[in-house]
Design a protein around this ligand. Structure first.
Ligand SMILES: Nc1ncnc2c1ncn2[C@@H]1O[C@H](COP(=O)(O)OP(=O)(O)OP(=O)(O)O)[C@@H](O)[C@H]1O
Length: 641
């Protein structure tokens, strides 16, 4: 068995589910086979592939061979099915090896498999290697610490049928939210703070979610086609209308896979549940979380982002009153500012211009940013409305302006100090609130196409476009640098990345919501957005692999930082100490040069990474069989069900 697990290909991993010490026939039969049928069927069903299970079940083919047979094409009808299957098999594979490697049955195989509960028996876990059945330890669940992984959308398809299933939970949460009921029970508190701190990694953890908006009235009146299809809550396909040189029309299909893809019917409540709700408890565990919306103007970034802080504040306040934290002197603080034309403005203080500066510890802080303690959801709502109003009236054209600025709303949990703050620091503003325990930032990015908006005759518009270009490029370059394990992370490439820096290092959680328009006229922007998201997603993939280090060694992200910046506040204590003296800290401690060779935004599409298929038949794409996996493995959290 050990040898088999060293090979550890995906098929073998799946097959190992049917392995049990004790030996037995390759062709399973009887009760064990039935149990295998059930679990395999449930596994396939979780991705809508239940029809693949029945032919094998009825013909009595060994379950251990099933994953391999499936990947070889038995019963699999389409590329999409193959992709789904591949993704599921990859999720079983701890070592990230190909899921299409041949499976070699071992002599230890057994038909005497226990009932479903047996999958979780200690000896079986031991046999299979840590984590094979422990989906909490798997690559694409790493974003969450254990207490959060038990959130409703996380259960594995292999979970034995005790308690409620995923679908039940989802329905319950959704219907509760639709009824406007309290969400207290959905926020699971960590059982043990220490345990969580130990498990938290210094490697950035990212979840990439795509949201498709419905066709709007204008698009409908123009009879524009909806060219975006969403399937199984994780896959999105863009059907790009194209013309050959001989003017024959055809459709090129671009397939993507993300942690979650939300279609046009998904409510804002559900967006919150999938994106932000799971990370709320981690804010109390010294986590810096960031949720940002990316996409072209009019794709739904503001529509998506605006309800999130209020819901988050609601849940944070609920946790503040939870017995675990009630007596900790924790308070919730709110600030709201904007990056517009490369300058910072306080949206809660009459658009007062703010300065970002580095202090003696090479920590970036925003001087003068007003923070407000909030203890009531209604007050939070008023602040958000005030900030939104300041944002949209800040320049001549309201919508224009919102699409040209990055708006950043932060909710911070601070531990109130017993010592008079003014004694600690001369700057009363900077000492406000106490030590930062954790925070979550909501960032409504400028319209992504604005960066390419360099042809505008208006000088101001061109400058703004260039600034947006710079910040979105810098964001991408930071991600690329982290992805490539580069020593120099160009956080200082823009104000935006300086602010976002702590989203990518340290104890962080990042959720990117890529908003896309469904109409044919937006196809190019939609593809650019999805390619950008795909790039961000790969950061998580690399990050996860960094976790497989020998215990005791410094994770690469941390090593990079600490080698360059001895004063980086990697420990809670030093971080807290710094937080006392600053209103908002974004720890860009690097002296790194921005990568000047970086290609300009809009021309940096990794088209080679982009899986495409093409057809001569508009909207009935004949899919080309692919010899290699077309979908990059799922990263971050998984959306199941
Ligand atoms: N999922 C959705 N369901 C229904 N309407 C939506 C959805 N997403 C966006 N809309 C509508 O589409 C329009 C544009 O959305 P929004 O203003 O959020 O775009 P944006 O990406 O923030 O644009 P900008 O970058 O210009 O600020 C709005 O009228 C909004 O109500």
């Amino acid at each position: 068995m050990g040898g088999q697990m060293q090979q550890s290909n995906a098929a073998a991993a799946a097959a190992a589910l049917y392995d049990h010490p004790g030996g037995g026939a390759l062709h399973s039969a009887g009760p064990a086979g039935d149990a295998g049928d059930t679990v395999m069927a449930r596994w396939l069903q979780s991705a809508g592939l239940q029809h693949l299970a029945s032919p094998f079940a009825s013909t009595g083919i060994d379950h251990r061979l099933l994953p391999n047979l499936l990947m070889q094409g038995y019963g699999v009808q389409s590329v999409e099915e193959k992709q789904k299957l591949l993704k599921m098999l990859r999720n079983l594979n701890l070592n990230g090896e190909s899921g299409s490697e041949p499976y070699t049955p071992t002599g230890h195989s057994s038909g005497a498999m226990a009932a479903a509960d047996g999958f979780f028996s200690p000896e079986l876990r031991g046999e299979l290697g840590a984590g094979l059945l422990d989906l909490h330890a798997m690559d694409d669940t790493e974003l969450l610490s254990e207490h959060v992984i038990s959130e409703p959308f996380e259960p594995s398809p292999f979970m034995p049928p005790f308690g409620k299933g995923f679908d039940d939970d989802t329905d319950a949460v959704t219907s509760r939210q639709q009824r406007g009921e309290a969400a207290d029970t959905s926020i699971r508190l960590p059982a043990n703070e220490k345990e969580i701190s130990i498990k938290e990694s210094n490697v950035a953890k990212i979840k990439v979610v795509v949201r498709k908006r419905p066709l709007n009235k204008k698009e409908l009146s123009r009879k524009e086609d909806d060219i975006v299809t969403v399937s199984d809550k994780a896959f999105v396909a863009v059907h790009e209308p194209k013309l050959k040189v001989d003017l024959t029309a055809y459709v090129e299909k671009h397939d993507f896979c993300f942690d979650a893809v939300l279609d046009e019917h998904v409510t804002n409540d559900e967006v919150y549940r999938v994106t932000v709700e799971p990370i709320i408890p981690t804010i109390f565990q010294r986590t810096k979380a960031t949720c940002f919306a990316y996409g072209q103007t009019g794709s739904g970034k503001t529509f998506t982002m605006q309800p999130l802080p209020l819901r988050a504040a609601e849940d944070l306040m609920r946790l503040l009153h939870h017995p675990t934290y009630r007596n900790q002197r924790y308070k919730l603080w709110l600030s709201y500012f904007e990056i517009y034309g490369g300058k910072l403005f306080d949206l809660l203080s009459d658009r007062r211009k703010l300065l970002m500066r580095e202090d003696g510890r090479q920590q970036v802080c925003i001087v003068g940013l007003q923070e407000f303690e909030v203890s009531d959801v209604q007050i939070v709502k008023e602040f958000i409305e005030k900030g939104n109003a300041a944002r949209s009236t800040g320049s001549t054209g309201a919508n224009e302006e919102s699409s040209r600025s990055h708006a950043i709303l932060q909710l911070a949990i601070k531990k109130q100090s017993e010592i008079k703050e003014s004694k600690r620091n001369n700057d009363t503003n900077e000492s406000k609130g106490g030590k930062v325990v954790g925070k979550i930032s909501f960032i409504d990015l400028a319209g992504s196409e604005r960066g390419a908006d360099t042809t505008d005759n208006d000088r101001q518009t061109r400058i703004e476009g260039a600034e947006i270009n710079k910040s979105l490029l810098a964001l991408k370059e930071c991600i690329r640098a982290l992805d490539n394990d580069q020593i120099h992370i160009p956080f200082r490439g823009s104000k935006l990345t300086e602010v976002l820096r702590d989203s990518f290092v340290g104890n962080s959680r990042t959720v990117m919501i890529s908003c896309i328009s469904p109409n044919a006229g937006s196809c190019e922007h939609t593809l650019n957005t999805l390619r950008y998201a795909d790039r961000v997603k790969s950061l998580s993939k690399s990050g996860n692999s960094k976790k497989d280090q020998v215990p005791g060694t410094v994770p690469p992200a941390s090593a990079k930082e600490s080698s360059l910046i001895p004063s980086l506040p990697v420990t809670v204590e030093s971080e807290d100490a710094l937080a006392v003296t600053q209103v908002m800290k974004v720890g860009d401690t690097s002296r790194r040069a921005f990568d000047k060779d970086a290609p300009s935004y809009g021309s940096t599409v990794e088209s080679d990474r982009q899986p495409t298929t093409s057809s001569n038949y508009p909207f009935s794409v004949k899919e080309q069989p692919s010899s290699s996996p077309q979908v990059t493995p799922s990263t971050g959290w998984r959306m199941v069900g």
